[in-house]
Design a protein around this ligand. Structure first.
Ligand code: ADP
Ligand code: MG
Length: 591
């Protein structure tokens, strides 16, 4: 067995694992399929007594016409019930499996480390959960139905043929290997084209996603034609691969039929020549030909399942790939209740996996409980990276970070993160009510007056009152229906409600105009009160009051001290301050 086959087998075994909880219903579906398929040879079997006994022997028929008519309808009613039942039960199981697979994917998705999202575009992840799962079960259902039903039908019909006339049957079977060979030839082509079509579909979705997401940039920069051409290319590619798939797919049936018809012609010739078909009754012969013709449909189906089979297995690979992606490491056992908020970085170094240059090198910093430390430095200096190590979005390559004396790695993730609140430049809001956004996540159970108190302290209540539905107002995707300052104040209210002892502010005010900055600044003052705060800000005016200022350049701490101390030293901070101060004076003079 080659490795590819082995992994297909493993994939099937794994899919069956998802079917196991529904084994009873699945068994019923299979039973229905088998029974329905078993009725297949009944029809040609009826032909024989009808023709031999009914038409052939005049009025003293051993097989009355009425009984034949009733049997005919009966067979089809039975088959109808059986095939309806099996289709229904199979669909039920398939939809359950889709439900469980999607749940498993989503459960993993929310536990994936930050690194995963650095490496995978949202488009690919999205299409795995949205499309690929459906592809798995759709293919599995078709393949299973065809494999079970049609194999049994073929076997039953062949058995009937052999019983009628084994010599003629062997003649018919001689075309079998030819058909198999031909199908093999086409299927490899089918498979590669199906894969290409999948990729082309991915590209198409990618272009769509970017165009929708960035519609404003497209409009302002006149990117419509550029995007239209990009879309046209992806669209054409998809069409091309689909068409190239059509050729082998559409060839399968006629070629199979031509081969089968050749066999039929040979049989007819032999029968008429009376060499092989001697001693054959009219009924037997008619029954034989009917059974042979009936073989064509299931044969056709069997020759056609390879394409959906390969598509389904490829989709299963992608689905299980996501489910198997390693989750965030959480081997910590110590559960902190409420931390005092003492943080130390001890010789911490970190390099992003995709980079060669370290983002942090040997950073050491001790923050006392309740202290307000400001991180400043030029863009790309590693400020965000440093604070991202605290909620363990990334793990330090070397060195130690502690909270209240516990190494972060020994703390249970949930307990660690419960002690942190984060407000960053890109405010993350959900397409939900204002209340749900403030009382997000674990805080969802907060009492109404707590939510209102948080909104008030964050200076958000003023604008919430102006909205038509107050706390129940829906704010749109990414909080689109709010201004930047309003979004920022909601994020602050959320952090206030969480009431965590450690607060991280990553450029929380840098996207704001002066007016909303004043409101947000006031809200932040309330938020920082009595908490250990690490604040990153571009506008140095907002951090002058910090207890300590730490200057981070190219991943290393170059200066530490209070605002007056650092100004007096005349180093990196003094330079940064001078630049901004001059810029401010210049713009004030302009005004
Ligand atoms: P700052 O917040 O001080 O502006 P960052 O901590 O965001 O700087 O970035 C520090 C360095 O790490 C930069 O050179 C940046 O390009 C790089 N970097 C930031 N995030 C990632 C990431 N997810 N993957 C790879 N490199 C990154
Ligand atoms: Mg940053």
């Amino acid at each position: 067995m080659n490795p590819a086959q082995a992994s297909s087998g493993a994939l099937y075994a794994r899919l069956l694992g998802y079917v196991r909880p529904y084994a009873k219903v699945f068994g019923l579906a299979l039973l229905g399929m088998v029974a329905a398929a078993a009725t297949e040879p009944l029809f040609p079997a009826l032909m024989k007594p009808l023709l031999d006994g009914g038409f052939g022997a005049g009025k003293q028929a051993s097989f009355p016409p009425l009984a034949f008519a009733a049997a005919l309808v009966g067979i089809f009613i039975l088959r109808g019930i059986l095939s309806f039942g099996s289709s229904y039960f199979l669909a039920w199981v398939a939809n359950r499996v889709v439900l469980d697979l999607r749940a498993a994917m989503f459960a993993r998705l929310v536990r994936l480390p930050a690194k995963f999202f650095d490496d995978h575009s949202s488009g690919t992840v999205l299409s795995k959960v949205a499309y690929d799962v459906g592809g798995v079960t759709a293919a599995a259902t078709t393949v299973l139905t065809v494999a079970v039903k049609d194999t049994i039908a073929v076997a039953g019909l062949l058995a009937w043929l052999l019983y009628l006339n084994w010599k003629l049957t062997l003649v018919a079977l001689a075309v079998g290997p030819l058909i198999v060979l031909f199908v093999r030839l086409l299927s490899s082509r089918l498979r590669s084209m199906a894969r290409e079509a999948q990729h082309a579909m991915g590209d198409l979705v990618h272009v769509l996603e970017e165009t929708i997401e960035c519609h404003k940039v497209v409009k302002v920069f006149g990117g419509q034609d550029y995007e239209a051409r990009r879309f046209e290319r992806a669209n054409q590619r998809l069409r091309g691969f689909n068409m190239r798939q059509t050729v082998p797919a559409a060839l399968t049936t006629p070629v199979t039929h031509i081969l089968a018809a050749t066999a039929l012609a040979i049989i007819l010739y032999l029968a008429i020549e009376d060499s092989l078909a001697a001693h054959t009754t009219v009924g037997e012969f008619a029954s034989f030909i009917t059974a042979m013709l009936m073989l064509l449909a299931p044969l056709k189906h069997l020759t056609e399942i390879n394409a959906p089979l390969q598509r389904g297995l490829a989709a299963a690979e992608s689905v299980f790939g996501l489910i198997d992606a390693p989750a965030e490491e959480d081997r910590g056992t110590v559960t902190l209740a409420r931390a005092r908020g003492e943080i130390t970085f001890d010789n911490v170094s970190f390099t992003y996996p995709t980079r060669n240059v370290p983002a942090l090198c040997s950073v050491s910093l001790a923050v006392r409980p309740g202290e307000r430390v400001a991180l400043v430095g030029s863009s790309g200096g590693g400020k965000t990276t440093l604070v991202n190590l605290l909620p363990r979005f990334y793990a330090a390559d070397s060195g130690r970070i502690t909270l209240d004396g516990h190494d972060l790695q020994t703390l249970a993730l949930e307990g660690l993160r419960a002690n942190l609140a984060l407000v960053s430049q890109d405010v993350v809001l959900f397409n939900d009510s204002i209340r749900a956004n403030i009382a997000y996540g674990a805080m969802g159970a907060a009492a109404e007056r707590e939510v209102i108190a948080a909104a008030e302290a964050a200076h958000a209540l003023e604008f919430i009152r102006d909205t038509p539905l107050g706390m129940e107002t829906l704010i749109g995707e990414h909080g689109m229906r709010l201004s930047g300052g309003q979004r920022q104040r909601l994020a602050i209210a959320r952090a206030l409600l969480k009431n965590a002892p450690v607060l991280i502010l990553d450029e929380a005010t840098s996207a704001l105009d002066s007016e909303s900055e004043r409101l947000v600044q006031a809200a932040l003052e309330t938020l920082m009160h009595g908490r250990t705060t690490i604040v990153i800000a571009h506008r140095l005016s907002t951090i002058e009051r910090a207890d300590r200022i730490v200057v981070l350049e190219r991943g290393s701490i170059v200066e530490t001290g209070s605002h007056p101390e650092l100004l007096a030293r005349g180093g990196a901070y003094a330079r940064l301050y001078r630049i901004q101060y001059d810029a401010q004076r210049a713009s004030a003079a302009d005004a």
